[in-house]
Design a protein around this ligand. Structure first.
Ligand code: IMP
Ligand code: MG
Length: 179
């Protein structure tokens, strides 16, 4: 599996530092609020598991499962909700915990949907931001790191459902696509 990785973009140590710093910032910014952490499976599961333990607040945690139609690598923005949030959002301060913000089409759809349920606020916390791919006006208030326009895997992120279990974020070797 590791032979398929061309370059490590974020090491385990770097991820640990980023996750701790973001968790500390969220703890400060959301003190006294009624926080709900939401992540979208499967990609964000590893980041969620790490960052939630750095958020020192009494908060709810929930997950959504969505599928987006379109080609394998790019999102179309046509999102189908497979599993919704179980908790009512009225009065909640929602933080969406995301692995990577690329086109933003998926999150744009989800945020518009969640806004209709009258939460107090909705913000995005993403480990990776790929601004070059943006196709909607979605912005993350909390960003781990901005990355260049490369397809990355590991730490939850997949290519064809593989490599999610790598403990770091790496750039996939182009040979893997063309095989
Ligand atoms: P978008 O922002 O709507 O384009 O979709 C973001 C989702 O696409 C992420 O949650 C990932 O599942 C997937 N994605 C986007 N870029 C990458 C990448 O470089 N590697 C792996 N998955 C990616
Ligand atoms: Mg994916």
């Amino acid at each position: 599996m590791r032979n398929d990785i061309k370059e490590i973009l974020l090491s385990e140590e770097q991820i640990a530092e980023i996750t701790a710093a973001l968790g500390k910032k969220l703890t400060e910014d959301y003190a006294g609020k009624d926080v709900l952490l939401v992540s979208i499976l499967k990609g964000a599961v590893v980041f969620m598991a790490d960052i939630m333990r750095h958020i020192d607040l009494k908060c709810d945690v929930d997950f959504m499962v969505v599928s987006s139609y379109g080609s394998g690598v790019k999102t179309s923005g046509n999102v189908k909700i497979i599993k919704d949030i179980d908790i009512p959002l009225e009065g909640k301060d929602v933080i969406i915990i995301e692995d990577i913000l690329d086109s933003g089409l998926t999150l744009n759809y989800i945020i518009n949907m969640l806004k209709e349920r009258n939460p107090n606020s909705i913000e995005i916390c993403t480990l990776l931001d790929k601004p070059s791919g943006r196709q909607s006006e979605v912005q993350a208030k909390y960003i781990g790191v901005q990355i260049p326009d490369a397809f990355v895997v590991g730490y939850g992120l997949d290519y064809d459902e593989k490599y999610r279990n790598l403990p770091f974020v790496g750039v996939l070797h182009p040979d893997v696509y063309t095989k």
